[in-house]
Design a protein around this ligand. Sequence first.
Ligand SMILES: Cc1cc2nc3c(=O)[nH]c(=O)nc-3n(C[C@H](O)[C@H](O)[C@H](O)COP(=O)(O)O)c2cc1C
Length: 175
Amino acid sequence: MDIIEGLRSRRSTKGYSAKPVSRDTILGMVDAARFSPSGGGKNAWKFVIVTERDKIARLSQASPYCKWLASAQAAIAVVIDPKATRYWLEDCSVAAFAISIAALDMGLGTAWAALHQAGDDAEGQRRQGIVREVLGIPANLNVPMMLGVGYAEKQPGPKIVPRLEDIVCWERYTL
Ligand SMILES: Cc1cc2nc3c(=O)[nH]c(=O)nc-3n(C[C@H](O)[C@H](O)[C@H](O)COP(=O)(O)O)c2cc1C
């Protein structure tokens, strides 16, 4: 798939069909994350791939906004030691996006489940605590987000995006 076309057509997939996704396919999309940029080139992220139905169901309870995860064929939890890099959130975000674009290229859909909550640490820790417990992740590691993975149950339509002239100015801020 052409990269620009992929970026323009990408949508979050929050309803998945029962069609299975092979382990090699999931591994293939996570493989793309290895090539992500990271602050200072630290590459500190780890990825927990979850395919067991009962675990995915429990993960879907981690936040009020990821119930859709229950129908996913896999969940991918992005894990990082915040002591390893000050850019832990950025690095994980970039890696998660790389996985979602690789999935798109494979004809699969993904969606993001936010766990880290800037400005509401209690809620962020509550969400991450559930995921840590289900997946055996040590308390000192952060799990800022998960991705759901699967074939889309129905294809979402195109979305309304901001007009370029409303978000861009040249040489000086004039918006
Ligand atoms: C940082 C971030 C956090 C998000 N968290 C959630 C979430 O917790 N639950 C959810 O359903 N969607 C979440 N999303 C997906 C957004 O709702 C989605 O990207 C947005 O509505 C635009 O739709 P699109 O991805 O189809 O273009 C998140 C996306 C980003 C980038």
